[in-house]
Every structure is written in structure tokens, then in C-alpha cells.
Design a protein around this ligand. Structure first.
Ligand code: TYM
Length: 334
């Protein structure tokens, strides 16, 4: 059976990158016969400093964004990580399975800790072991993510295999990353070589799910491009990262391929392509923003949904964790 797990950090407002690379695909994966488990990874968020009041607000906002985008809490399990303690419990066991060297090779660690790694939190270093625990606490088979998480999923596979080997069991599945679609890596609107990120200091670099129509149109109008018109094949976008990015965004928003977009707009100038892209972006994102704002009016309802999701998640993860404790040799006296 297919069991999907994925997570998003409530460490800031969600961006168009999170929407196209993750959320939109989470919604598409809700089908009969497929279990979908989606998590707001608040424990991951605090690997870098989070103001408590902001963290709480961002977690509500992310929950609202999931539902506004179409994650249906009746079909999917939607919850926040800290409420299901199996994550940190299994995370600790994986801290003892994973090797320091594996963690040190993670590009996200190198990027985030930078040269000042002495001063990074221990949690930031161990981050991928907790992520492996998120996935494997449910024995999830498939994990939809953007391109930037690929290395972490590969590490999850290594941890599962090492655990199975060390303990001589065939317990954890080898999880498949699902990295699909035209926008698996949405880039900054200011620099086509940097990924669009909620932590970029420039708000002009990203489209936030909370941006209104004017802000979206203005950011797309100002997005960095080159002076050439659009080519008639994808090959013509090879050395043009900013142009390629806008084409990819268009394709993902329209639910088509980048090839189809260059065919349709061959020879068009950005002066005419950008307004089309802005119109498309507004038509897709505005209803989501409106619905998010509506959902945010009733926090008690969001609390109820997350509580129900946590109960359902716990009911799956707890028996798996009990088996892990038996495998590892812990006495379970209660
Ligand atoms: P996070 O919170 O940085 O991002 C959430 C999801 O959005 C995708 N994404 C993007 N996709 C395309 N273009 C972009 N510019 C872009 N920016 C972000 C990410 O790839 C991700 O799918 N470590 C994870 C959270 C996590 C997780 C997990 C994911 C914790 N445990 C278990 C899957 C399974 C992260 O920091 O994602």
C-alpha cells in the first residue's frame, strides 16, 4: 500500500516555491487507496531561533495554507510534529544510527551553518535524523518534496538500511522521493541561481501565499530577466536561469510543461509574457489567500483539526515505535 508523508517548516510565511514544489502536489496525491500524512514540522523550525509568538502564528498560518490549497483534513492527516512524540523518540534512536560524517556532508547544513558552525545548534546538525524519523515513524513509502530535499531523503534511505542491517531486521522500508512537475526548484525572482526561500532577506525575491494581487503583479513585473525574447525550444533557455524560472513557474501554475509554454510564447518579449504570468499567478493564488484569511478567523477550528490529525498520526506511529523499542532492546514495562 502507498503511504505518503511530507512536511513543511512553519519557520516563516509559505512561498510560491512551497506551493508549487510541495503543497499543490500534496493536494493532487489525495486519492482513494492512498494514505496521505502531512505535518507542520515545528520541532524542525526551532533548529534556528524562532520567536515563540511568531512560531505559533506561522504554524496556524501554515495549517490554514494547507487547507486553503486543498488538503482535506477528512482525507489526509494534518497535524503538527510536536504533538506526536514518536517523532522525537525515533529521532533520538536515529541520532544513534546515523554517523557524524553523513550529517556533515548535507548541503543544507553547510549552507545554514556556514562558516560559523561552532555556533549552530546541535539540533540543526541532527536535523536530517529527525526528518528520517518523521518519515519512518509511519513507514511511509513515498515522500513528495522539492528538489532541495532530495539529499535528505537519500539520507533517510541510508538510515533505514543501516538500522535494518545493524539489528538484522527487515523493518523499515526504503522510501522513494517523489520530485515531479515543472517547478521542483522555484528560483528567487531577483537571482535565478538562488532558490526562492521564506528566509531570503529580500521580500521582492519571493511571492508569499499572503501577498495580494497587486503585490504579486508588482513582483512579477520587477522580476529579473534578460533582454532576449522567449525562445521556441527549451534549449534556448539553458544559459538563462531567470527566464527559465519564469517559464517553469508559468508551466506549474497552468498545470502544463515548460515545453508547452515556450511553444505557446515563442518569440514573445517579457513585456508581454510577464503580465500573462501575473494574471495566471493571481488567478491561482488569490482564492487560496482569501480562503487562508477566512480560516485564520477561527483558530479554535484549526486547533480541533490539528488535534484530530495528531490523534490519527499517533495511532499509526505508536505501534511502529513500540516495535522499534523491542528491536533495539528497550524494556517496555508499561
Ligand atoms: P521546507 O519547509 O524548507 O519546504 C517545504 C517543502 O517545499 C519545498 N520547497 C520548494 N520547492 C520548490 N522550489 C522552492 N523554491 C522550494 N522551497 C521549498 C521543499 O522541497 C519541501 O518539500 N526538511 C523539510 C521539511 C521536512 C520534511 C520532513 C519534508 C521535515 N521533515 C519529512 C518531507 C518529509 C524542509 O525544510 O522543507
Amino acid at each position: 500500500p502507498t503511504r505518503i508523508f511530507s512536511g513543511i517548516q512553519p519557520s516563516g510565511g509559505l512561498t510560491l516555491g512551497n506551493y508549487l514544489g510541495a503543497l499543490k502536489r500534496f493536494v493532487e496525491m489525495q486519492k482513494d487507496g492512498v494514505e496521505t500524512i502531512y505535518c507542520l514540522v515545528d520541532m524542525h523550525a526551532i533548529t534556528v531561533w524562532q520567536d515563540p509568538a511568531k512560531l505559533r502564528q506561522q504554524t496556524y498560518e501554515a495549517a490554514a495554507a494547507f487547507m486553503a490549497a486543498g488538503v482535506d483534513p477528512a482525507r489526509s492527516i494534518l497535524f503538527n510534529q510536536s504533538q506526536v512524540t514518536a517523532h522525537v523518540e525515533l529521532g533520538w534512536i536515529f541520532n544513534c544510527v546515523a554517523r557524524m560524517g553523513w550529517m556533515g556532508r548535507m548541503t543544507q547544513w553547510k549552507d545554514k551553518a556556514g562558516k560559523n558552525s561552532e555556533n549552530a545548534s546541535l539540533g540543526l546538525f541532527a536535523y536530517p535524523a529527525l526528518m528520517a524519523a518523521d518519515i519512518l515513524a509511519y513507514k511511509a513509502t513515498h515522500v513528495p518534496v522539492g528538489e532541495d530535499q532530495k539529499q535528505h531523503i537519500e539520507l533517510t534511505r541510508d538510515i533505514a538500511q543501516k538500522f535494518n542491517n545493524d539489528y538484522g531486521v527487515n523493518f523499515f522500508p526504503v522510501t522513494e522521493p517523489v520530485i515531479e512537475g515543472a517547478a521542483t526548484r522555484v528560483m528567487s525572482l531577483r537571482d535565478g541561481t538562488k532558490k526562492m526561500s521564506k528566509s531570503d532577506p529580500s521580500d521582492q525575491s519571493r511571492i508569499n501565499l499572503t501577498d495580494d494581487a497587486d503585490a504579486i503583479a508588482q513582483k512579477i513585473r520587477k522580476a529579473k530577466t534578460d533582454p532576449e525574447p522567449l525562445p521556441d525550444t527549451l534549449d534556448g533557455l539553458k544559459e538563462r536561469p531567470e527566464a527559465r524560472n519564469l517559464v517553469n513557474i508559468y508551466a506549474a501554475l497552468a498545470g502544463t510543461s515548460a515545453e508547452a509554454v515556450v511553444t505557446e510564447y515563442a518569440g514573445a518579449q517579457f513585456g508581454s509574457f510577464k503580465p500573462k504570468l501575473a494574471e495566471l499567478a493571481v488567478s491561482v493564488l488569490s482564492p487560496i489567500t482569501t480562503e487562508m484569511n477566512r480560516l485564520m478567523q477561527d483558530r479554535a477550528e484549526i486547533d480541533r483539526i490539528l488535534a484530530d490529525g495528531s490523534d490519527r498520526a499517533d495511532a499509526i506511529a505508536r505501534p511502529i515505535l513500540d516495535q522499534v523499542y523491542d528491536i533495539v532492546g528497550m524494556i517496555r514495562s508499561r
